[in-house]
Design a protein around this ligand. Structure first.
Ligand code: G16
Length: 542
């Protein structure tokens, strides 16, 4: 067994996006590609005491773990904790980094993107606080990847067994294979009223959790079925599969269609929920109702006093800019600050570390809190269960009651996927150039009150982040946002976020597509979407 320095040449495309480096699996399998990026991470780590390593179980997960373990040992990492079988959800990784004071973590996932040889793979690097590496760190890693000339790896050591809990040594590095579920489940037990939720689940309340054959299966079975006593079969698609059973592990109305159909059928359970590839996203449904992630965040904030972990009140809340302003109204009522950040969980890290906010969330099916530094799918489901158990109400009743109290923010996101990159960039560029002349213009009856490109000054560190999406604010409180996704692996995805506030309770029961129809036409008028993209419909509406 010996440390070898292997000569390599930089790849020019290793710039991390909204959340880590995501590429086609075939790109990651190019000789040296994974190795270069991992070496760049190790080169940028100030402290190399101990890291956690694991992934969402997708195709290439375990081969990548073998490579990274051999590189970690060659790079002098003191200890590597590996989730048994290579399994580790993103929230569990964050939990473990914080609980054991690790130097960071490497999570192998392309989140909600499909897996398999033709699918996507990804690498995320989390820092000491348990959260995604902030911009300054990912930039440093990218710069390093452009100048790399060699990577270090142990050769002649054979396969490392990651299938059994236990400790071993690789060169000077301690390797500990640990149960990826137990620390996370214990954290959840400390936050929520498990006794009360157990009572709810024994009282005839039914739920279905779709793990989408991704990482949350083992966590959900342990927490819902074993610790909380839900009947077996509550968790469906609970076995992590390398190709997620051929599905997109993306919990939304399009890709979790089976669950959505069930929840809108006569025999629907009381609560339906799903999570994504790496377990940080969540979708919440009740009988005949889909709760938008923006509404879900607002409901959690308004009912946080029912949950033991948050009973002392919230310091503040935060949402990403394209997320609806539903939570802002709750913050106003609770007299707490509400922060608006760019898209990307990494922007919540400083606010949480500085204790400025307790809950945060995004329209992209992410909700979380100060308990870790990642969004957390199962945590959100437990939060909902805790609310339902305490309030003794159904999902629809809770949501409709919320709208009556705060008004309803009708909300939809329209995604145009797999676009030609130049065309998508051109559309945004044209909008950017049109911004100064948009004020007071009227599109389909909507008058523009203000328009800008969102930028954010971090209130803790002070850095300015620019170019974070085009915002069109309309008279009467409606809003349209245009931005390009930072998580895709082929072509470009244009996201259009549509929001309209409605105070009048009798009008809350409209379907979002009806309530937002006029706004959709206004968006097309402003950005000439159909004409430019030559598409009649979005690929996905959530
Ligand atoms: C990632 C980020 C989220 C972000 C989402 C969508 O989620 O962690 O903060 O909201 O991507 O980003 P975009 O609109 O740029 O595609 P995940 O679950 O994919 O890691």
């Amino acid at each position: 067994m010996q440390v070898k320095a292997i000569k390599t040449a930089p790849f020019k495309d290793q710039k991390p996006g909204t959340s880590g480096l995501r590429k086609k699996t075939s790109v990651f399998k190019t000789p040296g590609y994974l190795e270069n990026f991992i070496q760049s991470i190790f080169d940028c780590m100030k402290e190399k005491r101990a890291i956690v390593l694991g992934g969402d179980g997708r195709y290439y997960n375990n081969e990548a773990i073998q490579t990274i373990l051999k590189m970690a040992a060659a790079n002098g990492i003191g200890k590597v904790l590996v989730g048994k079988g290579g399994i580790l959800s993103t929230p569990a990784a964050s939990c473990v980094i914080r609980k054991y004071g690790l130097s960071g973590g490497i999570i192998l996932s392309a989140s909600h993107n499909p897996g398999g040889p033709e699918g996507d793979f990804g690498v995320k690097f989390n820092i000491q606080n348990g959260g995604p590496a902030p911009e300054a760190v990912t930039e440093a890693i990218f710069r390093r990847s452009l100048e790399i000339t060699e990577y270090k790896i142990i050769e002649g050591c054979g396969e490392i067994d990651i299938g059994k809990v236990g400790k071993s040594r690789l060169h000077q590095t301690e390797i500990e294979i640990f149960d990826p579920v137990s620390d996370y489940a214990a954290l959840m037990e400390g936050l929520f009223d498990f006794e009360r939720i157990n009572g709810l689940l024994r009282s005839g309340f039914s739920m279905r959790f779709d793990a989408m054959n991704a990482v949350t299966g083992p966590y959900a079975e342990e927490i819902f079925e074993r610790r909380l006593g839900a009947p077996s079969g509550t968790v469906i698609n609970g076995t992590p599969l390398p190709d997620f059973g051929g599905r997109h592990p993306d919990p939304n109305l399009t890709y979790a269609k089976g669950l959505v159909d069930l929840m809108f059928s006569p025999g629907a359970p009381d609560l339906g929920a799903a999570s994504d590839g790496d377990g940080d996203r969540n979708m919440i449904l009740g009988k005949g109702i889909f709760v938008t992630p923006s509404d879900s965040l607002a409901v959690l904030a308004a009912n946080a006093d029912t949950v033991p972990g948050y009973k002392d009140g919230l310091k503040g809340v935060a949402r990403s800019m394209p997320t609806s302003a539903a939570v802002d109204r709750v913050a106003e009522t609770l007299h707490i600050p509400c922060y608006e950040t760019p898209t990307g969980w990494k922007y919540f890290g400083n606010l949480l570390d500085a204790d400025l906010v307790t809950l945060c969330g995004e329209e992209s099916f992410g909700t979380g809190s100060i308990h870790i530094r990642e969004k957390d799918g199962l945590w959100a489901v437990l939060f909902w269960l805790n609310i339902l158990a305490t309030r003794n109400k159904g999902v629809a009743e809770v949501v409709q009651g919320h709208w009556r109290r705060f008004g309803r923010n009708f909300y939809q996101r329209h995604d145009y996927e797999d676009l030609d990159q130049d065309t998508a960039r051109l559309l945004i560029e044209r909008l950017r150039n049109a911004l100064p002349g948009l004020k007071n213009k009227v599109f389909n009856g909507y008058e523009i009150e203000a328009a800008d490109e969102f930028s954010y000054e971090d209130p803790v560190e002070g850095g300015l982040i620019t170019g974070q999406g085009i915002r069109i604010m309309l008279k009467g409180g409606a809003r349209i946002v245009f931005r390009l996704s930072g998580t895709g692996t082929s072509g470009a995805t244009l996201r259009i976020y549509l929001e309209r506030y409605e105070k009048v309770p009798d009008l809350h029961i409209q379907e979002p597509k009806d309530a937002l129809r006029g706004l959709v036409s206004a968006a097309d008028g402003i950005a000439r979407i159909k004409e430019t993209l030559k598409r009649d419909e979005p690929t996905v509406i959530t």
